[in-house]
Design a protein around this ligand. Structure first.
Ligand code: ISE
Length: 333
């Protein structure tokens, strides 16, 4: 049975997902591309062979020919469109964040609990990235002993002038909040956040350095710099009792010229995490068939947003803020 997918949002991520589904996800096809800009929806539909283009997301979600929904529209629309998908009984892959506020995340969790089954996957694609998968597999083998610290660096080439330090925490850092929680299989109890003096007064965002404490006494430090300039660069080193495990970013070529050896950084996250997005979409379509959910749940989406809210508070207060995550409902355990 071919899974027919509707994509809501034809911007950077929606177009990327459409291309991946059209070319690298066997057993899936594109039934509709939806965007507030009909011309953009039509362009993506034409480029990927999607059957229709529309500006009406609910017409996609409620179309009986659509089996599943990918939400890659603006963040503020994620919760209401995810809830509409749940109510239509459709599996939904919602790009991060599940919602900009933890209160809105809880409305999605409430709807999914009423449905009585997991329908929501949140697009924390790093869980499918081969480097993070290898790190988690090595850790689970036991030879490294107890993980104590996780050093994370997340650097973008540049962000728009309107991007703020708070958005560094709410928009970019949730990837680390989720992957470290997934890697260590624990929850956070506190967060402290620091920002250096801005290097460029024309920019609103500064780098942000956060230290998170887990319930198991571990430390996760995260540097996010959205104006790193030199390249898109995500690093991670897990420090365990008997050794360390570090991520290696995929290097597709190494050039030797004029007495210099160089490798290139990607310009943004899409090349660095292309495998992760592909594997996430393939696993999600497989899960729709098997009925066994994969990837980050709505609860994981809530946890990331909840930690981000505490991080924004910590940046403003300059003191250690508690992270009080409620106990996950049975549906998510
Ligand atoms: C963006 O939304 C992403 O999800 C990227 O993975 C991240 O690197 C970037 O900082 C975010 O703005």
């Amino acid at each position: 049975m071919t899974i027919t997918i509707g994509i809501i949002g034809a911007g950077v991520m929606g177009a990327d997902h459409a291309k991946t589904i059209a070319t690298q996800v066997p057993g899936a096809q594109l039934g509709a591309i939806c965007d507030a800009d009909l011309a953009r929806a039509k362009d993506v539909a034409a480029a990927t062979g999607a059957a229709t283009a529309t500006t009406d997301p609910l017409s996609v979600i409620n179309d009986p020919k659509i089996d599943a929904v990918v939400i890659a529209s603006p963040d503020a629309t994620h919760a209401p469109l995810t809830i509409a998908s749940i109510r239509a009984g459709k599996p939904v892959l919602c790009e991060k964040p599940l919602a900009p506020t933890s209160a809105d995340c809880l409305t999605v969790i409430e709807a999914e609990q009423q449905a009585g089954r997991r329908l929501v996957t949140v697009g924390f694609m790093r869980r499918f990235d081969p480097a993070y998968v290898a790190m988690k597999s090595a850790l689970s083998g036991g030879a490294y002993g107890r993980p104590m610290m996780f050093h994370c660096f997340h650097r973008n080439v540049s962000a728009p002038a309107w991007f703020t330090s708070e958005m560094v925490i709410t928009n970019s850092a949730p990837h680390e909040f989720d992957i470290a929680r997934f890697m260590l299989d624990t929850d956070y109890v506190a967060i402290t956040a620091f920002a250096p003096r801005a290097a460029d007064s024309a920019k609103k965002a500064t780098p942000v350095v956060m230290v998170l404490e887990t319930g198991a006494g571990q430390l996760v430090n995260i540097e996010v710099n959205v104006d790193a300039a030199y390249g898109y660069d995500v690093r991670g080193e897990l420090v365990c009792q008997n050794g360390t495990i570090s991520l290696r970013s995929p290097v597709v070529a190494e050039s030797n010229l004029s007495l210099a050896q160089t490798t290139a950084y990607p310009a943004d996250w899409r090349p660095r995490f292309a495998d992760a997005y592909r594997l996430e979409l393939q696993a999600w379509v497989g899960a729709i068939r098997s009925g066994k959910p994969v990837g980050a749940s709505a609860w994981d989406g809530y946890a990331a947003t909840h930690v981000a809210e505490a991080g924004v508070k910590a940046l403003a207060s300059g003191v250690r803020e508690q992270v009080n995550l409620a106990k996950a409902p049975k549906l998510y355990v």
